[in-house]
Write a protein of this length. Structure first.
Lengths: 134, 660
C-alpha cells in the first residue's frame, strides 16, 4: 500500500477511536448522573410508608391546628434544613414541648401527609453550657 | 537516598520531555526543508529520520520509567513501581495516568510508523511520512498540558490548559527544530558538504520567518500561564517556582539575542549560488549550535519547574528590603508630583526607543538616548514608591477573618499587647508613656499601608521598644492577634457607617462567624453569600422584645425580599429560645444558641449599643449599622427601603477570606 494511504487509514482509525472514547465517556457520565439522582432521593416508590428520624429545636406550638413549628436539620432524601410546622399525631406530643426545647422526633406516613408519631427531648450539645462555644 | 531517587525521577522527566520535543522539532524541520537531490542533504535527512527512531524508543522507555516513578510517589512506597496492580491503578483511575496512557499509545503508533521501511520516493508519500510523524508527535506533546499544573487551575481551566498546550506547541516547533537545524548547518559548513549549502540557507531563512511567529506565541502563552500559576510579583521573586521562571526567562532572552544575530547574518549569505562562503556558514552554524545548547538548558529548568509546586500555592518569602507600593503616594503630595513627572519622562524615553525602529539614520543614538532618558525617568519616579519590606511581607494569613479568630485575638491582645498599645489600639496603654518612640495608633488610616505580613514580622521579631513575641506566641496565635488588630481598624472606620446604605459602595467586610440553632447543624455567615442579605441582630432582653416581635411580624416580607435575620443574644445564653417564649408573634428566624459569645465579642467592636442591627449584603460586606431603638414602625419601613437599595445594586466581587 502506498504510504500516504496507510497514513490516512491510521488517522481515520485514530478519529474513530477518539469518537468512540467520547461517546463512551458520555454514556458513562449519563449513567453516573442517574445513579447519583437515585441515591439522593432514595427508592422512589410512591405510596409506600416513609419513616424519617429528625433532629431539631421547637420554636412554637399551635394547639388549635395540632402543629409543632420546628427548626430542623436536613432530612436526607426529603428536604433541606428549614423552619416549618409538622402535624403532631397525638395531643400528648403537642403538649409535651414548649418553644426552645431541643428534640428528636420520628416523622411517619405516606406523602404528602407525614406526621410526628414519636418525640423525645434531647440534651443540648456538649459544651454549650456556659460559654455558648460550639 | 530520597535525594537520589528524586534526582533520578527528575532526570527521567527531563529526558522524556526533551525526546518528545525533539521528535516534534525534527519532524517539523524535515517537513519545512523539503526533499532534496543533493547527496549531503539526503544524508542529513536519513540521519535525522534514523535519530527519530532512537528518540521514540527513548521516549517510550522514559515514559515507562516516569509512570513507575509517579506510581511509587503516589502510593508512597518504592516497591509499587514494579507492581502491575499499582501501575494499573495509576494508569486507569487517575487523570494523570490516563493521559500517560493516551500519550504512550500515540508514541507507540509513531514508533511503528517510523520503523516501517517505506517507499518515500514519491512526493506524496514523502510528505505523508514526515507529516504523519509530526502529527503524532505533536499530539503526544500537547497532551502533556492535560496533566500538568495548568489542568489544576480552577476556575479558568480551559484557558489555562489551552495556553499550556499552545506553549508546548510553539516550544516543540521552535526548540525541537534547533538541534536538527544546527546539524545541517554544521555538516554543510564543512568543505565536503558544500553542495547542500543553498538548501541549508533556504531552510535557515524559512525557519527564521516561522520562528518569529513561534516566539510571539511562546511569549503570549507564557504570559497567560504565568499569570495563572504565579499571579504576582511576590510569587515571582519569593518562591522557588518563580525564581526558576526568572532563570528560564533569562535563558530565553539570551536565545532571542542569538536569534537576532542569526537574522542579521542571513542576508549576507547570498542567493541560490553554490558559492556560499565557508566562514559565513561556520559562523551561522556555531551560533545555531549555541542556540540549541541554550534550548536544552532551558528544558532542564522546565523539568525542575514541573516538579516544583506553583507559586500561587506557596507562601512567598520576599527577598528584598523594600517594595514598591502606589499607596505610599497617598500621604505625600510632593511624592505624587515627583512620580508623575518621572513617569512622563519614562514615557518620553520609551517613545524615542520605539521611534528609532523605522528611522534609518541616527538609529543607534536615538535608541540609546531614549533608553537613558527612560532609565532616568525611572530613577525619578520610583524611589518615592519604595516602602520597607520584610521576608514575611507577602505571606497570606493562615487563619481566616473569622469571629472565633478575632475573639481569640482579643484575648491574647488583652494579655500581652494592651499594656502598651491600649485597650483599643490607640497607643495609650499604662506603660506607653515611658516608651520612645510611643506606640502608634493601630487604627490609624495609614496602618493600611502595611500588609498583614508586615504585622506578622513585627510581632515575631519586635520593632524598636516592642519586644519579639516569636517565642511566646505560636504562628497561629500571632495571626489571631493580627485579625483582631484589623478588626479594631474596621471598628474605627465602622463609625462612618450609619443606618442608610450608600449605594454601590461596599468597603467594610463583615467578619464571618459560625452559629447553630439548638441541636441542628452549624452554619456560617459565609453560607449566605451569593444568596441572601443577612440582618445580624444583637439583642438584649427585655428592651429588645418589641423590636424582635416587629421583625417577626414582618419576617414574611423580609424573606420575600431575600433577607435572612439572625438574632444573637448579647448574654450568649444557651437557653435563649426558651427566654423568647412562645406567645405570638412567634420568632421563627434563626436565634443563635451556640457561637453567640464569639459573635458578640466581634460585633460589639463595630457597635457597642445593647441592641444593634448589622445589614450584610449578598457579597458579605457590612452596609448599614443601626444602634438605637427608635420609633418602631418608621424603622421597619426604613429597613425595607435599605433592603430594596441593596436588591437594586449590581453585585460586587466577593471579599477575600483573609485580611491583607
Amino acid at each position: 500500500m502506498r504510504l500516504w494511504k496507510a497514513a490516512l487509514l491510521m488517522n481515520l482509525a485514530l478519529l474513530c477511536g477518539v469518537g468512540w472514547g467520547y461517546l463512551f465517556w458520555g454514556v458513562r457520565a449519563d449513567r453516573l448522573a442517574r445513579e447519583l439522582e437515585a441515591g439522593r432521593t432514595g427508592p422512589a416508590t410512591l405510596g409506600a410508608e416513609r419513616v424519617y428520624e429528625v433532629t431539631g429545636v421547637v420554636r412554637a406550638t399551635l394547639p388549635d391546628l395540632d402543629v409543632v413549628v420546628v427548626t430542623h436539620d436536613e432530612i436526607p432524601g426529603y428536604m433541606p434544613a428549614m423552619t416549618m410546622g409538622f402535624r403532631a399525631a397525638t395531643p400528648e406530643i403537642l403538649h409535651s414541648v414548649q418553644a426552645g426545647d431541643a428534640v428528636r422526633f420520628t416523622l411517619r406516613g405516606t406523602l404528602p401527609s407525614l406526621a410526628i408519631t414519636a418525640l423525645e427531648k434531647i440534651a443540648p450539645r456538649v459544651g454549650a453550657a456556659e460559654d455558648g462555644r460550639p | 537516598m530520597a535525594g537520589i531517587t528524586e534526582l533520578l525521577g527528575l532526570t527521567v522527566r527531563w529526558a522524556h520531555l526533551t525526546t518528545s520535543i525533539l521528535l516534534v522539532g525534527s519532524a517539523a524541520v524535515l517537513l519545512l526543508a523539503g526533499p532534496s537531490d543533493r547527496p549531503t542533504a539526503r544524508r542529513w535527512d536519513v540521519r535525522v529520520a534514523a535519530a527519530a527512531r532512537w528518540l521514540v524508543l527513548l521516549a517510550l522507555a522514559t515514559a515507562l520509567a516516569s509512570v513507575a516513578y509517579q506510581t511509587a510517589v503516589l502510593e508512597d512506597r518504592a516497591t509499587a513501581a514494579l507492581e502491575p496492580a499499582a501501575l494499573a491503578r495509576f494508569l486507569l483511575e487517575t487523570r494523570g495516568g490516563t493521559v500517560w496512557l493516551l500519550r504512550g499509545s500515540l508514541l507507540v503508533l509513531l514508533g511503528v510508523f517510523v520503523a516501517l521501511p517505506a517507499d518515500i520516493r514519491r512526493r506524496a508519500d514523502w510528505r505523508a511520512a514526515r507529516g504523519q510523524a509530526l502529527f503524532l508527535a505533536l499530539g503526544a506533546l500537547m497532551l502533556v498540558a492535560a496533566a500538568g499544573h495548568a489542568a489544576a487551575v480552577d476556575p479558568g481551566t480551559a484557558i489555562a490548559v489551552a495556553a499550556d498546550a499552545a506553549h508546548l506547541l510553539a516550544a516543540g516547533l521552535w526548540i525541537g527544530a534547533l538541534p536538527a537545524l544546527a546539524l545541517l548547518l554544521v555538516v554543510t559548513a564543512r568543505p565536503d558538504g558544500a553542495d547542500a549549502r543553498p538548501y541549508a540557507v533556504r531552510l535557515a531563512r524559512r525557519f527564521s520567518r516561522v520562528a518569529l511567529g513561534l516566539v510571539a506565541a511562546l511569549a503570549l502563552s507564557g504570559v497567560v500561564s504565568a499569570s495563572a500559576q504565579i499571579g504576582s510579583v511576590a510569587g515571582l521573586l519569593g518562591t522557588p517556582h518563580g525564581r526558576l521562571l526568572l532563570l528560564k526567562l533569562g535563558i530565553f532572552a539570551t536565545m532571542l539575542a542569538v536569534a537576532v544575530l542569526n537574522r542579521r547574518l542571513l542576508p549576507a549569505l547570498g542567493g541560490e549560488a553554490a558559492t556560499v562562503g565557508r566562514p559565513a556558514m561556520r559562523r551561522l552554524s556555531r551560533l545555531v549550535t549555541v542556540e540549541a545548547g541554550l534550548a536544552l538548558l532551558a528544558l532542564v529548568i522546565v523539568a525542575l519547574m514541573i516538579v516544583t509546586p506553583p507559586a500561587r500555592h506557596e507562601q512567598p518569602t520576599w527577598p528584598l528590603a523594600f517594595r514598591l507600593s502606589l499607596e505610599a503616594l497617598t500621604f505625600s503630595p510632593d511624592a505624587r508630583a515627583r512620580t508623575l513627572v518621572g513617569s512622563q519622562v519614562t514615557v518620553l524615553g520609551l517613545v524615542a526607543v520605539l521611534a528609532s525602529w523605522p528611522v534609518r539614520r541616527l538609529r543607534l543614538p536615538l535608541a540609546a538616548g531614549g533608553l537613558v532618558v527612560a532609565l532616568a525617568g525611572g530613577a525619578i519616579a520610583l524611589p518615592p514608591l519604595a516602602v520597607d519590606a520584610y521576608p514575611t511581607t507577602y505571606r497570606r494569613p493562615e487563619v481566616a477573618y473569622h469571629a472565633s479568630s478575632i475573639a481569640e485575638g482579643a484575648r491574647l491582645y488583652a494579655d500581652g499587647c494592651a499594656v502598651c498599645h491600649g485597650p483599643e489600639g490607640g497607643g495609650d496603654g499604662p506603660a506607653a508613656a515611658g516608651l520612645h518612640p510611643r506606640p502608634p495608633d493601630l487604627r490609624a488610616h495609614h496602618a493600611n499601608l502595611h500588609t498583614a505580613g508586615d504585622l506578622f514580622w513585627w510581632i515575631t521579631t519586635g520593632l524598636g521598644p516592642m519586644p519579639a513575641f516569636g517565642d511566646r506566641l505560636a504562628p497561629e496565635e500571632r495571626w489571631h492577634v493580627i485579625n483582631f488588630v484589623r478588626a479594631l481598624a474596621a471598628a474605627d472606620s465602622a463609625r462612618l457607617l450609619g443606618p442608610v446604605v450608600e449605594r454601590d459602595r461596599p468597603w467594610l467586610v463583615a467578619p464571618d462567624f459560625a452559629f447553630a440553632v439548638g441541636p441542628t447543624a452549624a452554619r456560617a455567615l459565609k453560607d449566605y453569600r451569593g444568596q441572601r442579605i443577612v440582618l445580624v441582630v444583637l439583642y438584649t432582653l427585655p428592651a429588645s422584645r418589641t423590636r424582635l416581635a416587629e421583625l417577626a411580624q414582618h419576617y414574611g416580607t423580609l424573606s420575600t425580599l431575600g433577607v435572612e435575620v439572625i438574632a444573637v443574644p448579647t448574654d450568649a445564653a444557651p437557653d435563649a429560645l426558651h427566654r423568647l417564649g412562645d406567645e405570638p408573634p412567634w420568632i421563627l428566624f434563626p436565634v443563635v444558641t451556640e457561637g453567640a459569645r464569639e459573635i458578640v465579642r466581634t460585633y460589639r467592636l463595630l457597635s457597642p449599643a445593647p441592641h444593634a442591627e448589622f445589614l450584610v449584603d449578598r457579597q458579605g460586606y457590612l452596609r448599614a449599622i443601626t444602634g438605637a431603638l427608635g420609633d418602631a414602625s418608621r424603622q421597619i419601613n426604613l429597613l425595607l427601603a435599605e433592603v430594596q437599595t441593596l436588591n437594586e445594586e449590581r453585585p460586587a466581587p466577593p471579599p477575600d477570606e483573609h485580611v491583607h
